[in-house]
Ligand binder design. Structure first.
Ligand code: NAI
Length: 299
Protein backbone atom coordinates (compact mmCIF):
# COMPACT_ATOMS: atom_id res chain seq x y z
CA UNK A 1 0.00 0.00 0.00
CA UNK A 2 1.11 3.56 -0.65
CA UNK A 3 2.45 5.91 2.01
CA UNK A 4 -0.01 8.13 3.85
CA UNK A 5 0.40 11.70 2.53
CA UNK A 6 -1.21 15.06 3.24
CA UNK A 7 -0.07 17.01 0.16
CA UNK A 8 -2.45 19.90 -0.47
CA UNK A 9 -4.08 19.39 2.94
CA UNK A 10 -4.21 21.85 5.82
CA UNK A 11 -3.82 20.54 9.35
CA UNK A 12 -4.35 22.39 12.64
CA UNK A 13 -2.68 20.91 15.71
CA UNK A 14 -3.62 22.58 19.01
CA UNK A 15 -1.13 22.60 21.87
CA UNK A 16 1.64 21.85 19.39
CA UNK A 17 4.39 23.93 21.00
CA UNK A 18 5.88 20.90 22.75
CA UNK A 19 5.31 17.27 23.74
CA UNK A 20 2.89 15.20 21.68
CA UNK A 21 1.50 18.09 19.64
CA UNK A 22 4.95 19.11 18.44
CA UNK A 23 5.68 15.54 17.37
CA UNK A 24 2.36 15.33 15.47
CA UNK A 25 2.90 18.72 13.78
CA UNK A 26 6.42 17.81 12.60
CA UNK A 27 5.20 14.51 11.13
CA UNK A 28 2.22 16.07 9.31
CA UNK A 29 4.63 18.58 7.77
CA UNK A 30 7.06 15.80 6.74
CA UNK A 31 4.15 14.12 5.02
CA UNK A 32 3.32 17.19 2.94
CA UNK A 33 0.70 19.02 5.04
CA UNK A 34 0.53 22.76 5.59
CA UNK A 35 0.40 23.00 9.36
CA UNK A 36 -1.03 25.51 11.82
CA UNK A 37 1.00 25.12 15.01
CA UNK A 38 -1.28 26.42 17.76
CA UNK A 39 -0.05 26.83 21.31
CA UNK A 40 -0.78 29.21 24.11
CA UNK A 41 2.68 28.55 25.52
CA UNK A 42 1.54 28.49 29.15
CA UNK A 43 2.68 26.43 32.12
CA UNK A 44 1.38 22.94 32.87
CA UNK A 45 -1.55 24.31 34.91
CA UNK A 46 -2.54 26.63 32.07
CA UNK A 47 -1.26 29.95 33.43
CA UNK A 48 0.85 32.46 31.51
CA UNK A 49 1.49 32.24 27.78
CA UNK A 50 3.46 33.36 24.73
CA UNK A 51 3.57 32.26 21.12
CA UNK A 52 7.33 31.50 21.37
CA UNK A 53 6.77 27.73 21.72
CA UNK A 54 4.59 27.58 18.60
CA UNK A 55 7.04 29.78 16.68
CA UNK A 56 9.96 27.47 17.56
CA UNK A 57 8.09 24.47 16.12
CA UNK A 58 7.22 26.45 12.98
CA UNK A 59 10.93 27.31 12.61
CA UNK A 60 11.78 23.59 12.81
CA UNK A 61 9.21 22.73 10.14
CA UNK A 62 10.35 25.52 7.83
CA UNK A 63 14.02 24.58 8.31
CA UNK A 64 13.14 21.04 7.17
CA UNK A 65 11.50 22.46 4.01
CA UNK A 66 7.90 22.34 5.22
CA UNK A 67 5.12 24.93 5.44
CA UNK A 68 3.68 26.10 8.76
CA UNK A 69 2.33 29.11 10.63
CA UNK A 70 2.25 29.75 14.36
CA UNK A 71 -0.87 30.64 16.29
CA UNK A 72 -0.79 31.71 19.93
CA UNK A 73 -4.53 31.65 20.65
CA UNK A 74 -5.98 29.88 23.64
CA UNK A 75 -8.32 27.14 22.45
CA UNK A 76 -10.82 28.35 25.05
CA UNK A 77 -10.97 31.89 23.67
CA UNK A 78 -13.84 32.32 21.19
CA UNK A 79 -12.32 35.31 19.40
CA UNK A 80 -8.86 33.68 19.31
CA UNK A 81 -10.23 30.44 17.87
CA UNK A 82 -12.31 32.33 15.30
CA UNK A 83 -9.24 34.35 14.27
CA UNK A 84 -7.13 31.18 13.94
CA UNK A 85 -9.69 29.60 11.63
CA UNK A 86 -10.10 32.80 9.61
CA UNK A 87 -6.33 33.21 9.20
CA UNK A 88 -5.99 29.61 8.09
CA UNK A 89 -8.74 29.94 5.49
CA UNK A 90 -7.34 33.30 4.30
CA UNK A 91 -3.87 31.78 3.83
CA UNK A 92 -4.60 28.28 2.57
CA UNK A 93 -8.33 28.16 1.71
CA UNK A 94 -9.31 24.98 3.55
CA UNK A 95 -8.99 22.96 6.76
CA UNK A 96 -8.76 19.20 6.35
CA UNK A 97 -7.60 17.98 9.74
CA UNK A 98 -7.91 19.11 13.34
CA UNK A 99 -5.84 17.46 16.03
CA UNK A 100 -7.32 18.67 19.34
CA UNK A 101 -4.35 18.09 21.60
CA UNK A 102 -4.03 21.14 23.90
CA UNK A 103 -4.29 20.27 27.56
CA UNK A 104 -3.48 21.22 31.15
CA UNK A 105 -3.34 19.46 34.52
CA UNK A 106 -4.55 20.55 37.96
CA UNK A 107 -4.12 17.31 39.90
CA UNK A 108 -5.47 16.98 43.44
CA UNK A 109 -7.53 14.40 45.29
CA UNK A 110 -11.23 15.22 44.98
CA UNK A 111 -11.43 16.08 48.68
CA UNK A 112 -8.89 18.88 48.19
CA UNK A 113 -9.87 20.00 44.69
CA UNK A 114 -11.42 23.46 44.21
CA UNK A 115 -14.30 23.64 41.76
CA UNK A 116 -12.33 26.37 39.95
CA UNK A 117 -9.61 23.79 39.19
CA UNK A 118 -12.26 21.34 38.03
CA UNK A 119 -13.83 23.93 35.72
CA UNK A 120 -10.50 25.10 34.28
CA UNK A 121 -9.51 21.57 33.26
CA UNK A 122 -12.91 20.84 31.71
CA UNK A 123 -12.74 24.17 29.88
CA UNK A 124 -9.38 23.53 28.21
CA UNK A 125 -9.91 19.86 27.33
CA UNK A 126 -13.61 19.83 26.44
CA UNK A 127 -14.47 23.37 25.33
CA UNK A 128 -10.94 23.74 23.93
CA UNK A 129 -11.85 20.96 21.50
CA UNK A 130 -15.51 21.93 20.98
CA UNK A 131 -14.72 25.55 20.05
CA UNK A 132 -12.27 24.82 17.20
CA UNK A 133 -14.49 21.96 15.97
CA UNK A 134 -17.54 24.24 15.93
CA UNK A 135 -15.56 26.97 14.16
CA UNK A 136 -14.56 24.60 11.33
CA UNK A 137 -17.55 22.22 11.21
CA UNK A 138 -19.35 24.16 8.47
CA UNK A 139 -16.10 24.48 6.51
CA UNK A 140 -15.58 20.71 6.62
CA UNK A 141 -19.22 20.03 5.75
CA UNK A 142 -19.00 22.35 2.74
CA UNK A 143 -15.73 20.74 1.61
CA UNK A 144 -17.25 17.28 2.12
CA UNK A 145 -14.05 16.33 3.89
CA UNK A 146 -12.74 16.48 7.42
CA UNK A 147 -10.72 14.42 9.85
CA UNK A 148 -10.86 15.23 13.56
CA UNK A 149 -8.81 13.55 16.27
CA UNK A 150 -9.39 14.37 19.94
CA UNK A 151 -6.97 13.39 22.68
CA UNK A 152 -8.48 11.30 25.44
CA UNK A 153 -6.61 9.49 28.21
CA UNK A 154 -6.36 6.27 30.17
CA UNK A 155 -7.42 8.40 33.15
CA UNK A 156 -10.76 9.08 31.47
CA UNK A 157 -11.15 5.52 30.23
CA UNK A 158 -10.07 3.75 33.41
CA UNK A 159 -9.29 6.28 36.20
CA UNK A 160 -6.28 7.62 38.07
CA UNK A 161 -5.97 8.83 41.65
CA UNK A 162 -5.94 12.63 41.92
CA UNK A 163 -7.29 13.27 38.41
CA UNK A 164 -11.09 13.43 38.74
CA UNK A 165 -11.23 16.74 36.83
CA UNK A 166 -8.89 15.54 34.10
CA UNK A 167 -10.56 12.12 33.77
CA UNK A 168 -14.03 13.65 33.50
CA UNK A 169 -12.80 16.15 30.89
CA UNK A 170 -10.95 13.50 28.87
CA UNK A 171 -13.83 11.03 28.66
CA UNK A 172 -16.24 13.83 27.73
CA UNK A 173 -14.35 13.97 24.44
CA UNK A 174 -15.38 10.38 23.72
CA UNK A 175 -19.00 11.39 24.33
CA UNK A 176 -18.53 14.25 21.87
CA UNK A 177 -17.02 11.85 19.33
CA UNK A 178 -19.82 9.32 19.65
CA UNK A 179 -22.38 11.79 18.31
CA UNK A 180 -20.21 13.79 15.87
CA UNK A 181 -18.98 10.57 14.19
CA UNK A 182 -22.66 10.08 13.24
CA UNK A 183 -23.48 13.69 12.35
CA UNK A 184 -20.35 14.16 10.24
CA UNK A 185 -20.51 10.89 8.30
CA UNK A 186 -22.66 12.05 5.39
CA UNK A 187 -20.17 14.86 4.68
CA UNK A 188 -17.17 12.55 4.91
CA UNK A 189 -16.09 13.94 8.28
CA UNK A 190 -14.54 11.22 10.41
CA UNK A 191 -13.93 11.62 14.10
CA UNK A 192 -11.55 9.52 16.19
CA UNK A 193 -9.79 9.65 19.56
CA UNK A 194 -6.20 8.93 20.54
CA UNK A 195 -5.36 7.81 24.07
CA UNK A 196 -1.60 8.36 24.34
CA UNK A 197 1.04 7.54 26.90
CA UNK A 198 4.19 9.61 26.35
CA UNK A 199 7.12 11.17 28.14
CA UNK A 200 6.34 14.90 28.13
CA UNK A 201 6.33 17.60 30.77
CA UNK A 202 2.91 16.22 31.76
CA UNK A 203 4.36 12.87 32.79
CA UNK A 204 7.85 14.01 33.90
CA UNK A 205 7.03 13.63 37.60
CA UNK A 206 4.71 10.65 37.24
CA UNK A 207 7.12 7.98 35.99
CA UNK A 208 10.74 6.98 36.61
CA UNK A 209 13.36 7.87 33.92
CA UNK A 210 13.76 4.26 32.70
CA UNK A 211 10.02 4.11 31.89
CA UNK A 212 10.02 7.56 30.28
CA UNK A 213 12.92 6.51 28.04
CA UNK A 214 10.65 4.04 26.18
CA UNK A 215 7.77 6.49 25.86
CA UNK A 216 8.86 9.10 23.32
CA UNK A 217 5.92 11.08 21.84
CA UNK A 218 7.08 9.95 18.37
CA UNK A 219 5.74 6.48 19.24
CA UNK A 220 2.20 7.91 19.51
CA UNK A 221 2.27 10.06 16.37
CA UNK A 222 1.87 7.19 13.82
CA UNK A 223 -1.51 6.43 15.39
CA UNK A 224 -2.61 10.07 15.07
CA UNK A 225 -1.43 10.22 11.46
CA UNK A 226 -3.50 7.15 10.56
CA UNK A 227 -6.59 8.43 12.41
CA UNK A 228 -6.32 11.70 10.43
CA UNK A 229 -5.72 10.07 7.04
CA UNK A 230 -8.13 9.64 4.14
CA UNK A 231 -8.65 5.95 5.02
CA UNK A 232 -9.18 6.63 8.72
CA UNK A 233 -11.74 4.64 10.67
CA UNK A 234 -14.66 6.53 12.26
CA UNK A 235 -15.36 6.52 15.99
CA UNK A 236 -12.26 4.59 17.08
CA UNK A 237 -10.42 5.09 20.38
CA UNK A 238 -6.83 4.16 19.58
CA UNK A 239 -4.51 3.72 22.54
CA UNK A 240 -0.81 4.22 21.82
CA UNK A 241 2.51 4.25 23.62
CA UNK A 242 6.03 2.76 23.46
CA UNK A 243 5.25 1.34 20.00
CA UNK A 244 2.11 -0.49 21.11
CA UNK A 245 -1.27 0.30 19.51
CA UNK A 246 -4.64 -1.05 20.68
CA UNK A 247 -8.35 -0.30 20.38
CA UNK A 248 -10.31 0.75 23.47
CA UNK A 249 -14.05 0.14 23.28
CA UNK A 250 -17.10 0.75 25.39
CA UNK A 251 -18.93 -2.58 25.33
CA UNK A 252 -22.18 -3.72 26.87
CA UNK A 253 -22.94 -7.27 27.93
CA UNK A 254 -25.84 -9.13 26.36
CA UNK A 255 -27.51 -8.91 29.78
CA UNK A 256 -30.58 -10.67 31.10
CA UNK A 257 -34.30 -10.13 30.73
CA UNK A 258 -35.66 -10.29 34.28
CA UNK A 259 -39.27 -9.52 33.40
CA UNK A 260 -41.38 -6.37 33.70
CA UNK A 261 -41.88 -7.04 37.42
CA UNK A 262 -38.13 -7.32 38.13
CA UNK A 263 -37.16 -6.27 41.66
CA UNK A 264 -33.82 -5.08 43.04
CA UNK A 265 -33.33 -8.55 44.50
CA UNK A 266 -33.66 -10.08 41.02
CA UNK A 267 -30.90 -7.75 39.78
CA UNK A 268 -28.73 -8.89 42.71
CA UNK A 269 -29.49 -12.56 42.18
CA UNK A 270 -28.88 -12.47 38.40
CA UNK A 271 -25.67 -10.35 38.66
CA UNK A 272 -23.53 -13.16 37.20
CA UNK A 273 -25.74 -13.45 34.12
CA UNK A 274 -26.11 -9.65 33.76
CA UNK A 275 -22.35 -9.19 33.76
CA UNK A 276 -21.40 -12.29 31.70
CA UNK A 277 -19.07 -10.89 28.96
CA UNK A 278 -20.07 -13.58 26.41
CA UNK A 279 -21.58 -11.81 23.41
CA UNK A 280 -20.74 -8.28 24.67
CA UNK A 281 -21.16 -5.64 21.95
CA UNK A 282 -19.85 -2.14 21.14
CA UNK A 283 -22.80 -0.24 19.67
CA UNK A 284 -22.36 2.22 16.81
CA UNK A 285 -25.14 4.39 18.32
CA UNK A 286 -27.31 4.52 21.44
CA UNK A 287 -30.23 3.01 19.54
CA UNK A 288 -28.36 -0.32 19.41
CA UNK A 289 -28.93 -0.68 23.14
CA UNK A 290 -32.66 0.13 22.92
CA UNK A 291 -33.08 -2.42 20.12
CA UNK A 292 -31.49 -5.08 22.30
CA UNK A 293 -33.80 -4.25 25.20
CA UNK A 294 -36.85 -4.62 22.94
CA UNK A 295 -35.53 -7.82 21.32
CA UNK A 296 -34.74 -9.49 24.62
CA UNK A 297 -37.99 -8.47 26.27
CA UNK A 298 -39.93 -9.98 23.33
CA UNK A 299 -38.04 -13.34 23.49
P1 NAI B 1 2.30 19.19 27.10
O1 NAI B 1 2.02 19.98 28.33
O2 NAI B 1 3.70 19.11 26.61
O3 NAI B 1 1.39 19.69 25.89
C1 NAI B 1 0.18 20.38 26.04
C2 NAI B 1 0.28 21.65 25.25
O4 NAI B 1 -0.98 22.31 25.26
C3 NAI B 1 1.29 22.63 25.87
O5 NAI B 1 2.28 22.98 24.90
C4 NAI B 1 0.44 23.82 26.29
O6 NAI B 1 1.09 25.08 26.16
C5 NAI B 1 -0.74 23.69 25.36
N1 NAI B 1 -1.92 24.36 25.89
C6 NAI B 1 -2.41 24.30 27.16
N2 NAI B 1 -3.51 25.04 27.28
C7 NAI B 1 -3.74 25.60 26.06
C8 NAI B 1 -4.73 26.47 25.54
N3 NAI B 1 -5.73 26.92 26.30
N4 NAI B 1 -4.67 26.82 24.23
C9 NAI B 1 -3.67 26.37 23.43
N5 NAI B 1 -2.69 25.56 23.88
C10 NAI B 1 -2.72 25.17 25.17
O7 NAI B 1 1.75 17.71 27.40
P2 NAI B 1 1.47 16.48 26.41
O8 NAI B 1 1.69 15.27 27.22
O9 NAI B 1 2.17 16.63 25.12
O10 NAI B 1 -0.11 16.59 26.20
C11 NAI B 1 -0.75 16.62 24.94
C12 NAI B 1 -2.16 16.05 25.08
O11 NAI B 1 -2.07 14.65 25.37
C13 NAI B 1 -2.95 16.67 26.23
O12 NAI B 1 -4.30 16.81 25.84
C14 NAI B 1 -2.84 15.63 27.31
O13 NAI B 1 -3.90 15.71 28.23
C15 NAI B 1 -2.88 14.36 26.49
N6 NAI B 1 -2.39 13.17 27.15
C16 NAI B 1 -1.04 13.03 27.44
C17 NAI B 1 -0.59 11.88 28.03
C18 NAI B 1 0.85 11.63 28.27
O14 NAI B 1 1.18 10.49 28.71
N7 NAI B 1 1.73 12.59 28.02
C19 NAI B 1 -1.54 10.82 28.47
C20 NAI B 1 -2.88 11.03 28.08
C21 NAI B 1 -3.27 12.19 27.45
Amino acid sequence: MSDIRFDGQVVIVTGAGGGLGRSHALEFARRGAKVVVNDLGGTLDGSGGSSAAAEAVVAEIVAAGGEAIADGASVTNDAGVAAMVERTIAKWGRIDVLIANAGILRDKSFAKLDLADFAAVVDVHLMGAVKPIKAMWEIMRTQNYGRIVVTTSSTGLYGNFGQSNYGAAKLSLVGLMNTLKLEGAKNNIRFNAISPVAATRMTDNLMPPEMLAKLGPEHVTPGVIYLASEDAPNGAILTAGAGVFALAQIVETEGAFLGSAARAEDVRDQWTQITDPTGAEAYMAGAGQTQKFLRKSAD
